[in-house]
Design a protein around this ligand. Sequence first.
Ligand SMILES: [Zn+2]
Length: 251
Amino acid sequence: MATVILDAGHGGWDNGAMYNGRKEKDDNLKLALAVGKKLEDKGIGVDYTRTQDVYDSPLEKAKIANASGADYFVSFHRNASPDNNQYSGVQTLIYNEGDVKEKLANEINKGLENVGFDNLGISVRNNLAVLKRTNIPAVLIETGFINTDKDNLIFDENFEAIAESIADSINRVINNQASSYYYTIQVGLFRNEENAKRLANELISMGYTVKIGMVNGYYAVWVGNFKDMNQAKRIERVLQEDGYETWIIAV
Ligand SMILES: [Zn+2]
């Protein structure tokens, strides 16, 4: 039986991010426990780095995970932006690209997008102890921004669906049923179709392959269609050098 260790970020004296009295450590624990219950219902073994409001350092959490004998590590966090209501969406962090953890991160992001979050894609972080020091495939989910009202509303109103979606994604990856994805570079997201078309035409005139897609009722401008994430990253860097704000998404 496959086993997953779930890590509710922060705890004890470490509240994580806070917003209007809301503490990240509480959201993280609530979601980790709910996902754990749903995984158990699917016949997957579940372990936790914490089930109560206690503190362990990220390095200690990685050690707990390594000692547990689990096959996968999933850490739960919520994002925070410098200004309130500045950003919204989910993002899943991994230590580096490739292999099953990237597949798991994509699967989780896509699932949460279906629940109603914007999908901000994968972010590579090589300096986080829970990703760096765990010796099993590890992902860290930022389930929306805790200082963005829209994301808190999605988190609270769709809580069971969010937990179910994450458990489903983990289950699919464990059973090797994850879909394969293409990567595209999202360059803009517009309420107004004309604005999306204007940006698309600008990019086409620069020689890019551009497509307009829909994300939660918004018009998204997508550049390219890549099987290989590194190739997408190379093109993304060129776009960023030209001053565009970009992120890579799986489609
Ligand atoms: Zn956190």
